[in-house]
Ligand binder design. Sequence first.
Ligand SMILES: NC(=O)c1ccc[n+]([C@@H]2O[C@H](COP(=O)([O-])OP(=O)(O)OC[C@H]3O[C@@H](n4cnc5c(N)ncnc54)[C@H](OP(=O)(O)O)[C@@H]3O)[C@@H](O)[C@H]2O)c1
Length: 310
Amino acid sequence: MKQVIYTSYGNSEVLEIQNNPKPSIKRKKSLLIKVHYSSLNAVDWKNRKGNLRIFSGLLKPRTKQGFDVVGTIEQKTDDINDFEIGDKVVVLLGNFEGGALSEFIRVHPKNVVKVPDRLPLKTIGGLPMAGTTAWLALLKNGQLKKGDKVLINGGSSGVGHLAIQISKAYGAEVTSISSTKNLAFCKALGANHVISYQKENFLKSSQKYDIIFDVVFNQSLKKTKHLLTKNGTYIGTTPSPTMIKELLWSKQAKFVAVEPHKQALTDLIKLMEEQKLEVKIDQEFELENIVEAHRYMEQSRTVGKVIIKI
Ligand SMILES: NC(=O)c1ccc[n+]([C@@H]2O[C@H](COP(=O)([O-])OP(=O)(O)OC[C@H]3O[C@@H](n4cnc5c(N)ncnc54)[C@H](OP(=O)(O)O)[C@@H]3O)[C@@H](O)[C@H]2O)c1
């Protein structure tokens, strides 16, 4: 089977497509998924460049790429009763696992969620990591409730565009920050207010927010505290030294750490079924063009998600 592999850190050219044996499912509680779509997340190119090696604790590059899996069950072990061969499923792979950019993947069924027939697999390919990050940030870290005022810094990003919609689905009033060209995109997703970071310094605003979700992470609690309500929460996405200091210093600072989360993925699929959530596709690439896809994603200018067709 085809699988994206890299054996040294570097630019997107280090990625190669190898022909490797299809995984077997001799272990207990295993599902073999035929992968139809995946997507790129910022973490994929950061891993490939070696930017995150301090957190992975590995000296060697992580050889397998990709965390988002949507596909059909090809085989299963006899000890699994809640899935059938042919079921359409979605799963987020663990942070130190990866390997979604493969024709087949073996997974434990614990965090696997069924996909209803009428949802398109292609868009769901962009859901697992970006959606789970947004869900955990807003609902777990931020304890989002109806009527909250939410500020999303980076509303056009993979994570941000889903965060706008999740906030709206849970009854929040949303302000989104993006470049001028992406204001209309964020507005169309449901943002009540849109601010261009090229035209306005939102730090000078007199508004107060219950949640500031700093998706692009170019702020801090210190810089945004005057915009938070008394019990408001600032949520960051990168474990920088400033973030770590603020986590120790204030309960108002939170760090979202994405991990496979069945409840989150189940809720996100339900929101999609209810047509309250849609994954917007910036571009779709074939697996064969993974080098080009990484080069594109690394520019950090994508609007919504980059989908990979396996
Ligand atoms: N901690 C975790 O568990 C976790 C999980 C997932 C992601 N993350 C992190 O979250 C961040 C977002 O990830 P992603 O995959 O969603 O990224 P992405 O899709 O690659 O983000 C690109 C988007 O960011 C926007 N952007 C760039 N600079 C901006 C700025 N100064 N202000 C507002 N928007 C800006 C761009 O729009 P414009 O062209 O309009 O600027 C573009 O739409 C990454 O740093 C990623 O590593 C963390």
